[in-house]
Design a protein. Structure first.
Length: 336
């Protein structure tokens, strides 16, 4: 009998790649998504295929799913700064109420649940690189706090259900991830730089650009998530970092993008510097020793290859947008 997996936020960037992976490996896949920041186009290629079901639903409301469930992947949440700064209440609600609802469903169905947490639980870290044992340095009342604290609460609630109700749980702390199906105006560094370069605009670098990030290509990430969900190793219910430990400055990322998308003017003339946003992390790099040990996992896609594939996707999206006559000034948020 095929195993059944429910993916909340399955029409989103990472969620849609998970749909592909699980469906290709013989799982029955059900998606719940209210399409607030997701896009049905990310999964429409799966429509009509046996073993795939999409339901438009807000997971902060009561969830009823008939039949058996083996696994739940909770990925419903605004995830980029442009989203959670415009949708602060919705971000907090899905982290709290949404997580409560899916944990209740996991308990009812005796299903294993994986929570999509984030490296943002570490805040602006005082430890570098960040290990899972680090408790973080988060400003709970800052503009980014709605996302950071929503995920921290979701982790606490998940562990409470594991300890008190015996629900099988996994927690993935996901670091910066990029790749095809990100929105043109997603608001994060990789799509921002590519979008601006394709439009012939100057690339916006905040601060002096020396703040660092670690970028993981999406196919690497979803493989790590699959291994984490299905692992039976002792202690696997504790959080696991999933990300690429190859660290680079945002200025370096901008320069790489400029090199791969030629434009007018010298490289230095194609960058503009603006003030650093409040509570913007200065460093970000995962310690993935735990993932290597427990899952036998590490990223394999190089930054050059990942950027090449992402630029190719964005170029196609940009061409389609230009053909349709879109102004390009609308928010990336889809309020459907």
């Amino acid at each position: 009998m095929k195993k059944t997996v429910l993916i909340t936020g399955g029409a989103g960037f990472i969620g849609s790649w998970l749909c592909d992976l699980f469906h290709s490996r013989g799982f029955e896949v059900m998606v719940l998504d209210n399409l607030l920041t997701g896009n049905v186009k990310n999964i429409e290629h799966l429509f009509g295929r046996p073993g795939f079901v999409f339901l438009k639903h807000d997971v902060t409301n009561y969830i009823h799913v008939p039949g058996r469930l083996d696994y739940i992947l909770h990925f419903a949440s605004p995830a980029s700064p442009i989203d959670y700064l415009e949708l602060p209440i919705q971000t907090l609600k899905v982290g709290a109420l949404g997580t409560h609802k899916v944990l209740g469903l996991a308990k009812e169905k005796n299903a294993r649940l994986l929570l999509a947490s984030t490296s943002e639980v570490y805040g602006d870290p005082l430890e570098h690189p960040q290990k899972e044992s680090y408790w973080g340095n988060v400003n709970p009342i800052g503009p980014r706090g709605v996302y950071d604290e929503a995920k921290r609460f979701a982790e606490a609630l998940t562990m409470a259900y594991h300890r008190y109700h015996g629900v099988e749980t996994r927690i993935a702390r996901i670091f910066n991830t990029y790749g095809p199906r990100m929105r043109l105006r997603d608001g994060r560094a990789v799509p921002n730089f590519i979008n601006q370069a394709l439009r012939g605009q100057k690339l916006t670098v905040y601060g002096n650009g020396m703040q660092t990030r670690s970028f993981c290509f999406v196919t690497d990430l979803v493989e790590g998530i699959f291994r984490l969900l299905t692992s039976e190793k002792p202690g696997i219910e504790e959080p696991v970092n999933l990300g690429n430990p190859e660290e680079m400055t945002l200025l370096e990322l901008a320069r790489r993008t400029i090199k791969m998308i030629p434009g007018k003017g010298k490289a230095g003339e194609r960058i503009v510097f603006k003030p650093l946003p409040e509570d913007d992390p200065r460093v970000r790099k995962p310690d993935i020793s735990r993932a290597k040990k427990l899952l036998g996992w590490k990223p394999v896609v190089s930054a050059e290859e990942g950027l090449k594939r992402t630029i190719s996707y964005f170029s196609e999206q940009f061409a389609q947008e230009a053909k349709s006559g879109s102004s390009g000034r609308k928010s990336g948020i889809r309020n459907k």
